[in-house]
Design a protein around this ligand. Structure first.
Ligand SMILES: CC(=O)SCCNC(=O)CCNC(=O)[C@H](O)C(C)(C)COP(=O)(O)OP(=O)(O)OC[C@H]1O[C@@H](n2cnc3c(N)ncnc32)[C@H](O)[C@@H]1OP(=O)(O)O
Ligand SMILES: CC(C)C(=O)C(=O)O
Length: 512
């Protein structure tokens, strides 16, 4: 299997993400984790950028042992000298010199003719070669450079003894077949091209960085450049974890692999996210929180029967513990039952169906139903409350300068009653309206509320104690809305109270 060398630029191009600034300690921490991931080459920074970056590159160079450490440099002697200083102490140092070659960059940015570009690049490679045995040269914006001029510059870099020549699609402009064709062209048209490694460096402006990098591999690229989590300038760079897993998962197609320790991917991704402050989107390939999570019933059923139905790679392969079956409104009975078993509930078919119906009502209100939600729901289900009154709807009007008003609709065995009442607050108004429906004279002896789950859409659980003469009754209500939970708890307590009163009077009659 052909080996693809991984050039990680999380610490350089990744740090160019707007808002990201890594200090020396953070760069070293990340570098040591990248070493554990077994990347081959690491671009630690741009030493000429600032004294701080020079010092950080030097600290990284001294800290890592098994990775080639690289410093970036413009085609200027002063930049090259800064890299020399920064890489003192590196086990295996390498300099990365670049110069833009495209007509747009030549004309507007560098204000150079083709010949000047060629000569400047040549002079800088020669100067770099005096101090470094390993020199990578990049043709910035190669993706928009004329093919014949690109070949001319690459041929010069080969003659001057560069070890790697990089062909960046700096602005993420190309389509995979176009990018792949460049590598094929260079392989076929540049003399002695086999003396250098060809490298692919893609940006994600049109979301094609991964596809373009893979196209380069299919057309002979020896090295790929990218960052962890795909962070980087503008829309970012190629995500290294995507390339590594694509090659691993489709080895029969690509016939190439990286040497990465794949089980370190998840840990590295988390560290990069933590230190850069760049949150990984849930749906990000490979390392997003949802990459191995399944929410819909049909998928969950498939997963429970055979994981390969919906997973082309395992979470374990990137260092995660297991896939997740997330309960939500699209989930089905198979996953629901499985979750109940995990929580220690071995229920009958009928009980599962009953709980499932309640779960669906809750799932309509909540984005994700947590274990705590389910436990609360199951406990509620197991309490055998006789339903003389059944709360159908509540409506509350509240304003800080008006009297709170509530309207409730409650079903009894043979009719539906609607009542409205005012109160000192919204809950009081609801309770007054319920009293009007039930006709019961009760005292609210206790009221408490707590959140049983977390977040903005947490479920609130309300407990009330009602008393009537010598009889006390407790009620409990659960909802994502605390007013609804309050109403449910109250109606529940009224029902319990009526049931208790019946039992009490039966006992009394028996003793008479
Ligand atoms: C595609 C990439 O990611 S390339 C890397 C991009 N990364 C960075 O730029 C981060 C670090 N950069 C910096 O800290 C600063 O830009 C510095 C220190 C390098 C230079 O700062 P300044 O001297 O103030 O120059 P400034 O950044 O404004 O302009 C860049 C200059 O470099 C020139 N330049 C750009 N690329 C190159 C190159 N590869 N080789 C030689 N000169 C170059 C520009 O033409 C411009 O020159 P001019 O001043 O003669 O017009
Ligand atoms: C310096 C070069 C390799 C670069 O980052 C780019 O062209 O995107």
């Amino acid at each position: 299997m052909r080996k693809i060398y991984v050039f990680d630029t999380t610490l350089r191009d990744g740090e160019q993400s707007p808002g990201v600034n890594l200090n020396t300690r953070e760069k070293v921490e990340m570098a040591l984790q990248l070493e554990k991931l077994k990347i081959d080459r690491m671009e630690a920074g741009f030493p000429a950028a600032s004294p701080g970056d020079l010092a950080a590159v030097n600290a990284v160079a001294r800290a890592v042992k098994d990775v080639t450490v690289i410093g970036l440099s413009r085609s200027r002697e002063s930049d090259i000298d800064a890299v020399r200083e920064a890489l003192i102490g590196a086990q295996d140092p390498c300099i990365h010199v670049f110069l833009a070659t495209s007509p747009i960059h030549r004309k507007f940015k560098l204000r150079m003719e083709k010949q000047q570009v060629l000569e400047t690049a040549q002079a800088s490679i020669r100067y770099a070669k005096k101090y470094f045995s390993k020199v990578e040269f990049s043709l910035e914006d190669a993706g928009r450079t004329e093919l014949d001029f690109m070949a001319e510059v690459v041929a010069m870099a080969v003659r001057e003894g560069a070890s790697v020549v990089n062909i960046p699609d700096t602005v993420g402009y190309l389509y995979p077949s176009e990018y792949g064709a460049i590598f094929k062209y260079l392989k076929e048209n540049v003399p002695d091209i086999e003396k250098v490694q060809l490298s692919a460096h893609c940006h994600n402006d049109l979301g094609m960085a991964t596809a373009n990098t893979l196209a380069a591999i299919l057309n002979g690229a020896d090295q790929i450049e990218g960052t962890i989590n795909g962070i980087g300038e503008r829309a970012g760079n190629t995500a290294i974890e995507e390339i590594a897993m694509a090659l691993e998962t489709r080895a029969e197609f690509f016939g190439a692999k990286t040497g990465l320790a794949l089980t370190e991917i998840a840990r590295t991704s988390r560290l990069v996210s933590k230190l850069t402050g760049m949150v990984v989107p849930g749906n990000k390939a490979i390392v997003g929180a949802n990459a191995f999570a399944h929410e819909s019933g049909i998928h969950q059923d498939g997963m429970l029967k055979e994981k390969t139905t919906y997973e082309i790679m395992t979470p374990e392969s990137i260092g995660l513990k297991e896939s997740k079956l997330v309960l939500g409104k699209h989930s089905g009975r198979h996953a629901f039952r499985e979750k109940l078993m995990d929580l220690g509930y071995d229920l009958s078919e009928e009980q599962v169906n009953e709980a499932f119906t309640k779960f669906k009502v809750l799932a309509d209100k909540k984005k994700e139903v947590s274990d705590e939600d389910l436990l609360a729901l199951l406990e509620e289900k197991l309490i055998d409350t006789p339903e003389v009154f059944k709360l159908e709807t509540i409506f509350v009007a509240y304003g800080n300068e008006s009297t709170p008003t509530a309207r409730v609709r409650i079903a009894t065995e043979d009719q539906t009653i609607e009542e409205e009442a005012e109160g000192n607050g919204s809950v009081d108004a609801i309770y007054n309206a319920i009293d009007k429906v039930s006709g019961e004279e009760v005292t609210l002896a206790d009221y408490s509320i707590k959140s049983v789950t977390h977040g903005k859409d947490a479920q609130g659980e309300v407990h009330v104690v009602l008393s009537q003469n010598d009889v006390a009754a407790q009620g409990r209500g659960l909802s994502t809305d605390i007013l609804e939970a309050s109403a449910r708890a109250y109606v529940d307590a009224v029902n319990v109270l009526i049931e208790k009163r019946k039992t009490f009077s039966r006992r009394e009659r028996a003793t008479l």
